[in-house]
Design a protein around this ligand. Structure first.
Ligand SMILES: *[C@@H]1O[C@H](CO)[C@@H](O)[C@H](O)[C@H]1NC(C)=O
Ligand SMILES: *[C@@H]1O[C@H](CO)[C@@H](O)[C@H](O)[C@H]1NC(C)=O
Ligand SMILES: *[C@@H]1O[C@H](CO)[C@@H](O)[C@H](O)[C@H]1NC(C)=O
Ligand SMILES: *[C@@H]1O[C@H](CO)[C@@H](O)[C@H](O)[C@H]1NC(C)=O
Ligand SMILES: *[C@@H]1O[C@H](CO)[C@@H](O)[C@H](O)[C@H]1NC(C)=O
Ligand SMILES: *[C@@H]1O[C@H](CO)[C@@H](O)[C@H](O)[C@H]1NC(C)=O
Ligand SMILES: *[C@@H]1O[C@H](CO)[C@@H](O)[C@H](O)[C@H]1NC(C)=O
Ligand SMILES: *[C@@H]1O[C@H](CO)[C@@H](O)[C@H](O)[C@H]1NC(C)=O
Ligand SMILES: *[C@@H]1O[C@H](CO)[C@@H](O)[C@H](O)[C@H]1NC(C)=O
Length: 895
């Protein structure tokens, strides 16, 4: 275990500098920008505290840590093997770093780079946020102070022109330590233990930009599209802020194109503009797009993108390029409104858009890996989720580009609590109350983030508050800044109904919990977080990883505590000051409903069932009420994923292994689906589609624990788009003696294809909620459902066969296999989990996309499930196991 007590004893890390890479000028032509390609990083406690001196080229820093362009202090130390991630994440090892003095002092980031500045060229340093704040020096001169360069989202431009020289130049950043209560940072509130450095450092790019006398800001794109068919023309306006850096008046010519997904659809943009010496001017250029290709959320259509590319030219003795700008955008329209119940509802391209989403967690050390985020979003799409909520975790431009490309909507916004919500009227959180100097920091953050996000079609809205609404002055600051950036998406006051600023009106979003375990029928109630209105962050708190993942980060005794000490505080739950530090509420219900666990394996298997039941019920209930008299307009599961290996609040684990919570969600959000309402015992037909066609048949089968029929029926039906209706009532639920199984099948009779198949385990009595005792995070249960009989089902035997299949859209490097499960017994085969393992590495393949999983088979039933994965695993084995089915494995070679 490599955990030094203090970094003072660090070994010196040596690197051979590749001189050749730096010999070329970082930027050399107008319109070019380049990020500082990495840093040397060191604590101020280890070096001479004279920034003017050490920000000169020629200082020997070979003993400093070499880190990537975006690297918090902790991320840099991990990259340099000062810490080992596997060790740090193991058990409570990370606790040993908490409070170390090295993280209370500033850290220096330094880089020497080559420049070759030319006459009449202008150079700008662009930051995108440094945590918590920073002083910036170039070649011995301070060019920015931490008064201005503040906040994780504070992006600024600094003039470099007079500061750089031909040859070697040095930039140095002194990043100050972060306190979440005092600074505008990216904190974790009660999500997990805090990173030892509180995310301090250069976590976003720092860029050097070259332009001629006139520069452009990133393009902003405004379209007047509202809904398909309203017009075959869309007016597009491109806006930019021009700056004349020179001491003379200049006439600028802007020329460019907007290229559509089909190259032939290119339209021209152009304009002439006059700028006085030193003048800044916002200009716009108009263009028209004929037969626009509309961008849709993934469930409803394609994601065509347009590219605007413009050049700013200056006519001197000849026409010369001064700056150049490229921006991708999509044509779509989003809006939101408060319905007659004061609930927020969203509309995308004229269609009511029910939000089925989850809350995103960045990496605990803010390391950003585009492939990882792409996998996370792919999992969201696979689960049928349509929206990701970023609560003050705006990450990087790549995140929004991925969402655009995949058709995932993004609800961005500021984070709760901490400094961000230091309002006089907020007594729930300890954030330092805002003072005079805080408003400019908030303004810079809003301007920067709005500029970054403005053109992305995936943007569904921005929440300027979370648990609390901003005060009137801050609201004005946020609104002015977003208008300055031509923001077109909804801006919402907060994610809760506590109060609101006049300028924005009520948020229409509720934050009444739950965050901890509640039974499935909770969601069919009409109080608190139940399925009505817009639930901005809620769920039964579930998300227990499967066994293999647990073993990566927990010791034997941690694992034992998990099932033997149901009320133990656990380091891999929320932070130790939160209400979610133990699994007491969850375990109490689990033990009562499923029976006291007999082993760790038994505990984890029962957790998977409870988690599956919980996420399914939430998403089904919200779906069934999408067009109810008080519609369920949206639900954001709390949360999607975790910042580090965690035991709850997630739909898949940190290692990207899926679990019960994942497949409960995936089943519930199917485009066309049938769901059981535990409260009314009726079956709902759910339709999220806009245009699927045809006649549908619903089959209902209720059996007892031995597979004996209790009741069954079939019925034909159709619904309208985007709506749900009660189709039929389940009878004889009361005839269930101890535990029974209900299977619902929705069939497309014309295509002879099952669209959805959904199995419930039911007990004769549902859980009884004590609504009056609800608090902000859960509603207690006075009488639990009894599923303990599931422990003594007769065992079932399953025949498993595999065959290669074709993907719907064949893709290089992807493999698809069909698994057929056949229940040879007269008893149901309960909660069969399928797992695919690379025979060579003996590890689970991930990411992996199962069409279905954790399935319960009827006696003699055959079921086909497909698994799709990308990668080079040629020899795999598939493992199947169920609550009453012994584990079996089949090997397969992919040819
Ligand atoms: C830089 O310092 C290291 C020790 O920290 C030393 O080994 C190396 O020779 C020095 N390089 C130069 C060019 O002086
Ligand atoms: C980190 O530690 C783990 C287990 O202790 C080890 O397997 C792994 O190789 C280490 N990683 C590095 C980069 O040293
Ligand atoms: C991190 O922020 C918390 C407040 O949220 C503070 O208590 C703690 O001291 C900070 N850690 C460091 C290293 O400054
Ligand atoms: C586009 O702008 C023109 C005027 O510039 C206007 O007449 C037309 O109605 C606009 N088109 C749409 C779809 O709004
Ligand atoms: C650039 O735009 C101007 C102004 O609209 C136009 O007169 C000129 O022809 C354009 N030049 C090129 C090269 O397209
Ligand atoms: C909606 O909010 C307004 C004021 O914000 C209030 O007057 C009205 O009674 C509310 N309506 C409902 C149905 O709660
Ligand atoms: C909670 O965590 C903090 C910081 O990691 C630690 O200082 C404190 O002792 C812990 N408290 C308890 C009750 O475990
Ligand atoms: C929701 O839509 C379905 C199908 O069109 C319809 O039968 C039902 O009445 C609608 N519900 C409400 C409350 O309007
Ligand atoms: C869902 O709505 C579409 C569009 O109206 C319709 O064609 C389809 O049959 C509906 N699905 C069901 C299950 O009724």
């Amino acid at each position: 275990m490599k955990l030094p007590k203090s970094l003072g004893v660090l070994s010196v890390v040596l690197f051979t500098t590749n001189l050749k890479a730096y010999a070329e000028s970082l930027v050399s032509s107008p319109g070019e920008s380049s990020i500082i390609p990495g840093w040397r990083m060191q604590s101020v406690t280890q070096i001479k505290d004279d920034m003017s001196e050490i920000s000169q080229p020629g200082i020997n820093v070979s003993s400093w840590y070499e880190v990537t362009p975006r690297s918090t202090v902790m991320a840099g130390l991990l990259d340099n093997d000062v810490y080992n991630e596997t060790d740090l994440f193991y058990s409570d090892n990370m606790e040993k770093l908490a409070g170390q003095s090295i993280f209370k002092a500033p850290w220096i980031y330094r880089k020497v780079f080559t420049m070759n500045p030319s006459n009449d060229q202008y150079y700008t340093l662009r930051t995108h946020g440094i945590t918590s704040k920073a002083d910036i020096y170039v070649n011995g001169v301070q060019i920015a102070s931490s008064e201005q360069q503040q906040g994780s989202y504070g992006g600024h431009k600094y003039d470099l022109t007079g500061h750089i020289e031909s040859g070697s130049n040095c930039i140095l950043i002194r990043a100050y330590p972060t306190n979440y209560l005092r600074d505008f940072a990216m904190g974790f509130v009660d999500w997990n233990p805090y990173p030892a450095d509180n995310g301090t450092g250069v976590w976003r790019d720092v860029e050097v930009i070259q332009t001629g006398a006139v520069s452009m800001s990133p393009l902003r794109v405004i379209t007047d599209f509202e809904k398909p068919d309203s017009s075959s023309l869309v007016n597009v306006t491109l806006k930019t802020d021009l700056v004349n850096h020179s001491p003379r008046a200049i006439r600028v010519e802007i020329n460019g194109t907007i290229t559509g997904p089909i190259k032939a659809d290119t339209s021209i943009v152009s304009g002439f503009f006059e700028l006085n010496a030193g003048e800044t001017k916002t200009v716009s250029m108009k263009s028209t797009i004929r037969n626009p290709q509309i961008w849709w959320p993934a469930t409803w259509g394609e994601q065509p993108m347009y590219v605007a590319h413009v050049d700013a030219m200056i006519r001197e003795s000849q026409l010369v390029l001064s700056d150049s700008s490229v921006r991708k955008f999509g044509i779509r329209h989003v809006s939101s409104y408060l319905n007659q119940h004061n609930d927020t509802a969203f509309v995308v391209n004229g269609e009511p858009f029910q939000v089925l989403g989850a809350g995103y967690g960045p990496d605990i050390f803010l390391r950003f890996d585009e492939d990882r985020v792409s996998n996370i979003f792919q999992y969201m799409i696979d689960m049928g989720l349509n929206t990701v909520r970023l609560e003050g975790k705006q990450e990087h431009p790549e995140l929004f580009a991925l969402a655009d490309q995949m058709g995932l909507m993004v609800l961005a916004g500021w984070e709760c609590c901490d400094k961000w919500e230091g309002w006089e009227y907020n007594n729930d959180a300890d954030g330092v109350k805002w003072g005079e100097s805080d408003y400019p920091i908030a303004r810079a953050a809003m301007l920067h983030e709005a500029e970054m996000m403005q053109a992305h079609p995936s943007l569904l809205g921005f929440l300027v508050g979370s648990d609390y609404w901003p005060n009137d002055r801050a609201t004005d600051v946020y609104l002015d800044a977003s208008q300055e950036m031509d923001w077109q998406s909804p801006v919402i006051a907060s994610a809760s109904k506590r109060g609101y600023p006049e300028a924005l009106g009520p948020s229409g979003m509720k934050m009444n919990g739950p965050y901890d375990w509640v039974p499935p029928n909770y969601w069919y109630g009409d109080e608190e977080g139940a399925a009505f209105g817009f639930g901005s962050e809620l769920g039964a708190g579930v998300g227990t990883p499967e066994m293999n993942s647990l073993k990566i980060f927990m010791t034997e005794s941690d694992l034992e505590a998990l099932w033997k000490k149901p009320d133990a505080g656990l380091y891999h739950m929320s932070s130790n000051v939160s209400s979610f530090y133990d699994r007491y509420i969850y375990n109490k219900a689990l033990f009562a409903r499923y029976g006291e666990p007999s082993s760790l394996e038994d505990y984890v298997a029962k957790c998977q069932m409870a988690d599956y039941e919980a996420t399914r019920a939430q998403f089904e209930a919200y779906s069934t009420r999408q067009n109810a008299s008080r519609p369920a307009t949206g639900t954001i599961y709390w949360m999607l994923n975790s910042a580090w290996p965690n035991l709850h609040w997630q739909l898949f684990d940190y290692y990207l292994n899926t679990m019960g919570a994942y497949f409960g969600t995936k089943l519930a959000t199917r485009m066309e689906h049938v769901a059981y309402d535990y409260a009314s015992q009726s079956i709902w037909l759910i339709n999220h589609s806009l245009e699927n066609e045809g006649e549908r048949e619903i089959s209902v089968d209720l059996i007892d624990k031995n597979g004996k029929k209790i009741w069954s029926t079939k019925t034909k039906t159709t619904t309208s788009p985007n709506s749900s209706k009660e189709a039929i009532s389940v009878q004889k639920v009361d005839d269930i003696e101890d535990v029974g199984f209900l299977r619902l099948t929705l069939r497309d009779t014309k295509a002879k294809k099952d669209l959805s198949r959904n199995v419930y385990w039911l007990s004769p009595a549902v859980d009884v909620l004590d609504w009056s005792e609800s608090n902000w995070y859960y509603t207690p249960v006075t009488n639990y459902s009894d599923y303990t009989e599931l422990q003594s089902l007769h065992s079932a035997s399953i025949k498993m066969t595999l065959r290669n299949t074709q993907l719907d859209r064949p893709a290089i490097g992807w493999t698809s296999i069909e698994v057929q499960l056949e229940n040879k017994s007269k008893t149901p085969a309960l909660f069969m989990r399928l797992d695919i393992i690379d025979s060579k590495s003996k590890k689970e393949i991930k990411p992996v996309y199962w069409s279905d999983n954790y399935v319960t088979l009827w006696p003699k039933e055959k079921l086909q499930i497909t698994v799709v994965y990308q990668g080079d695993a040629k020899d795999i084995h598939i493992e199947a196991s169920g609550r009453n089915v012994a584990t079996q494995t089949i090997k397969k070679s992919i040819v």
